[in-house]
Design a protein around this ligand. Structure first.
Ligand code: TPP
Length: 308
């Protein structure tokens, strides 16, 4: 799954300059392990809410690759019939309830779902995914407090990639301690290597168990890094807000290569198995692109449908 996400986003990066995708794209290349680790711990009927950087979350939650790529191309076959674009992927059938480009917008929405699950007495879980920038919004602490008060089955997952657009966390936050921000409200928090898919899965699994047992919310801070620019497919170290050296250090910690190496050294699979998976993934991505490009546009009379 990490590889599928990586190759899809790399392909989006390659094709974006053709200007056939009319929406802005925010790639999460380098951050795949947090999306996959968290979603692997969830059931199909659990729900997630995401951000402007939502491709990985959608695919990891079981989203349909063809429908996602078609959405980026603004086609009727897209998961939002071409009206959402890259930043607003939603597909309730797989529990991807929505992606908000409003920073921290995912947080109260997930708490709302968790409140509904709690009132209905079922054991479903809601997850809010957000960036370190999202942890700066007041709604984050309000939601930690309310979710704890009501013991709601919600997991707050901060993908801390150190930057909000072009500003490092050290220039924005007096303390780099997002995982501890739930403590005053009684919400346990953990900081995890967000590039280690198994570590993320393990932490998410524990948080899900807590929710299902009615013990309330948890906060996970996944430390990770985005390789490409804030928006668009290019590398942006020439902008001066981060160095090429910093990027290269994080590239050496690639979540996919590290996981592949561990699989090979544990004898779980061979390099040729991995090569085969890579080929299959590339074919799947190519099929999705062909599908999206050859799909029809939405009809004009759909323009105002589902608009509120
Ligand atoms: C409420 C709000 N304020 C500002 C913006 C402009 N904006 C878009 S993305 C972004 C930074 C987001 O950083 P972070 O939450 O850390 O996510 P990342 O882009 O690093 O994944 C900002 C400030 C916005 N979309 N919404």
């Amino acid at each position: 799954m990490m590889l599928l996400i990586r190759r899809t986003e790399e392909k989006i990066g390659e094709l974006y300059p053709e200007q056939e995708m009319k929406c802005a794209v925010h790639l999460s290349i380098g951050e795949e392990a947090s999306a996959v680790g968290v979603c692997a711990a969830l059931r199909g009927d659990d729900v997630i809410y995401s951000t402007h950087r939502c491709h990985a979350h959608y695919l990891a939650k079981g989203g349909n690759l063809k429908r996602m790529v078609a959405e980026l191309y603004g086609k009727a076959a897209g998961c939002c019939r071409g009206k959402g674009g890259s930043m607003h992927l939603a597909d309730p059938e797989v529990g991807m309830m929505g992606s908000s480009a409003i920073v921290a917008g995912s947080i109260p929405l997930a708490v709302g779902s968790a409140l509904a699950f709690s009132m209905k007495g079922n054991d479903r879980v809601a997850v809010a995914l957000f960036g370190d920038g999202g942890a700066e919004q007041g709604s984050f602490t309000e939601c930690l407090s309310f979710a704890s008060l009501k013991s709601l089955p919600v997991i707050f997952v901060c993908e801390n990639n150190l930057y909000a657009t072009h500003t490092h966390i050290s220039a924005r936050q007096s303390k780099d301690n997002i995982h501890q921000r739930g403590e005053p409200y009684g919400v346990p928090g953990t900081q995890i290597d967000g590039n280690d898919v198994l570590a993320v899965y393990e932490a998410a699994f524990q948080a899900v168990e807590r929710c299902r047992l009615g013990k309330g919310p948890s906060l996970l801070e996944c430390r990770t890094y985005r390789w490409r620019g804030h928006v668009g497919p290019d590398y942006d170290y020439d902008l001066g807000y981060r160095s090429k050296q910093e990027l290269e250090e994080w590239m050496r910690r690639c979540p996919i290569l590290t996981y592949e190496r561990s699989l090979v050294s544990a004898g779980i699979c061979s390099q040729s198995d991995l090569d085969l998976i890579r080929e299959e993934v590339d074919e799947e991505v190519a099929r999705a692109v062909t599908f999206a490009k050859s799909s029809p546009e939405p009809e004009m009379d759909e323009l105002l449908q589902d608009v509120y």
